[in-house]
Design a protein. Structure first.
Length: 156
């Protein structure tokens, strides 16, 4: 039983990372593309500018951190309510938790203002983009879990 639980936990962590990573590249970046094309976002999607200290393109650095958040998402999403409320919880998870860390920790560490300068349009844009990431993470996580369950049944 312990091995089965450990394998399940490992799969949950892996699927969480993959879901968050892919949701960043798909849902998060396409939301930025939409907002940029309608003139609401000041930065273009899929930024390839190198980040410090390793020179990794910004979009892949962001996707990595999306994967880390995806692990946390995978560990708590089982507590989300069922049905349509699941998607509300997924949106709120993404909108609140990663956004607060970005605004209160990451921005000041990078020399930016705490809280994005407390400008309501900036806050709304960040909460919206990350909320869509949360929905995308939920979609991808459910797909990966469903695929894994189906493939396991085929081999047992």
């Amino acid at each position: 039983m312990a091995n089965g639980m450990r394998a399940n936990s490992s799969a949950q962590v892996l699927f969480g990372f993959l879901a968050g990573f892919l949701a960043t590249l798909i849902f998060h970046q396409l939301t930025i593309a939409l907002l940029w094309n309608i003139g609401v976002s000041p930065s273009a999607p899929f930024r390839m500018a190198p980040t410090q200290p390793f020179g990794v393109p910004a979009v892949f650095s962001l996707a990595f951190w999306g994967g880390v958040w995806g692990i946390l998402f995978a560990l708590v999403h089982g507590r989300f309510p069922p049905g349509g409320a699941y998607w509300v919880a997924a949106f709120l998870f993404g909108a609140v938790l990663p956004s607060l860390v970005a605004l209160m920790v990451v921005s000041p560490l990078k020399g930016g203002p705490m809280g994005g300068g407390w400008h309501p349009p900036v806050l709304l844009r960040i909460f919206f983009i990350n909320g869509v990431w949360g929905i995308g993470t939920g979609v991808i996580l459910k797909l990966l879990t469903s695929w894994s369950s189906g493939s396991r049944k085929a081999y047992t």
